[in-house]
Design a protein around this ligand. Sequence first.
Ligand code: UD1
Length: 420
Amino acid sequence: MEKFIIHGDTRLVGEVEISGAKNAAVAILPATLLIDGITTLENVPNISDVKIICKILTSLGAMVNWTNEHTVVVDTRHLTSTHAPLEMTSKFRASYYLLGALLGRCKDVQVGLPGGCNLGARPIDQHIKGFESLGATVYYGHGQITANAHNLAGSTIYFDVVSVGATINLILASVLAKGTTVLNSVAKEPHIVDVANFLNTVGADIRGAGTDVIKINGVSKLSGNHTYSIVPDQIETGTFMTAALASKGDILIKNCIYEHMDSLSAKIIEMGGNIENFGDSIRVSCTGKLHPTNIKTLPYPGFPTDLQPQIGVALSIADGTSIINESIWDSRFQYTNELIKMGAKITAQGKTAIFEGVDNLIGAPIYASDLRAGAALLIAGIIAKGTSELYNIHYIDRGYEKIEDKFSKLGAKIERVNEE
Ligand code: UD1
């Protein structure tokens, strides 16, 4: 098991380059299954979730080649299976995208029930409702989901909750369906727009991604021989923005999209930070005390739940009392127990946490409970007085490429240690 040893009390200063978006990559790679051809994807983040999805694609008969650190060529002309191996799909949440993609291309799919971070109940009823509405029969039980159809036909679907996964999965399942599909009350996250842009590049007809209603006119075929570059990672960008704030540092964050960060930027300014927009880079700096604020997580363009733990670290050292209301996931305050070990004063109950700011965090042994909690605790270790040991860092590797290298270039003192 690997852990990070973090020598803290660091003000982060310098430049960092943002990778391609994890949540776009883990959808676009399965989306290549819809194509009868060869696709080149650039700006692919080199992270463990992406490596697993590449292995799953290979097990289905696709040829997957990394031509450099961030470019993947996928040949999906000769698929040999529609059954994804259970031991791989159960490792991460986004394996549910295999359902939409294989159903769309082959009208038949079997995958293990998706795994991923433990954030409380993670139902997929909206995905299933959507597939059924297109004409598929869906069975689930014994840890597996099977879906098949003679034909998929366009349909009008009203989602009961705003779901990133269900929105993308229904786009995947309907691009090759006969007729028009209208998806109502969809999610609008940047990676949804990126998946739609990718599919339109290879011949799909998807309109409205980024709004509340997406209309998909089914096409008969998606074509190969296209190159597509994955959008910069909104959540990695936000992680470094909050790190600049919490460490009262000064970071130029390069290769990112300013407009995707509006809800976080507003909170950083409320808390006393400065933001400068340089087109494809953002500078975040902060001097002096952090002001308290209240935050409610919401679907995009609201404040992202995936940045809630990171801003929670900044709130734990703000000058006063702040409240976070987590409206997306049931169990997203597990990181607060670790911050309390570091001297934070936080009361978390259900979906609400109250942060009474303290002057400093103090280094301690701390445990990541999931990917974003891991990123938040890494920031906590960097700003704390003394040394912290951060365990369960495999969660962080799922979604952040070379995170200790990126933070080290900003002045952090982090060692990755292999512990038996
Ligand atoms: C995606 C992100 C995850 C992020 C989340 C919310 C990926 C791979 N993961 O997860 O990092 O935290 O969006 O921004 O992109 N729900 C249902 N029924 C469903 C589907 C969802 O009730 O069928 C509920 C969930 O319990 C949750 C809410 O809808 O309360 C949002 O979930 P969803 O947007 O689907 O999250 P994911 O796509 O799993």
